[in-house]
Design a protein around this ligand. Structure first.
Ligand SMILES: [Zn+2]
Length: 85
């Protein structure tokens, strides 16, 4: 049985599709039984969704003419890259 600490890494890895089927099964087994890890996983998914939305918005700002100071844009991109990294 994996610990919740192991799970946090496994959950992150699973989003990158870097884990084996066996690992994936262990992950789901734990998630079914552990409310904290379930919540952690849904928080991560939500965070990633928001970052993606924000990134799409930034890409749009390039093509549509929404004026954004380049310093602001650079800072936003930095935040996004950190989240995705
Ligand atoms: Zn757990």
């Amino acid at each position: 049985m994996l610990s919740c600490k192991d799970m946090t890494k496994l959950i992150s890895d699973s989003l990158e599709a870097k884990i084996s089927v066996r690992r994936r099964m262990e992950l789901w087994l734990h998630i079914m039984m552990c409310r904290m890890c379930r919540r952690f996983r849904s928080n991560i998914l939500e965070l990633r969704r928001r970052v993606r939305d924000l990134k799409a918005l930034l890409d749009q700002a390039d093509t549509v003419s929404i004026p954004m100071p380049s310093a602001t844009k650079a800072r936003l991109e930095e935040v996004i890259n950190r989240q995705l990294g």
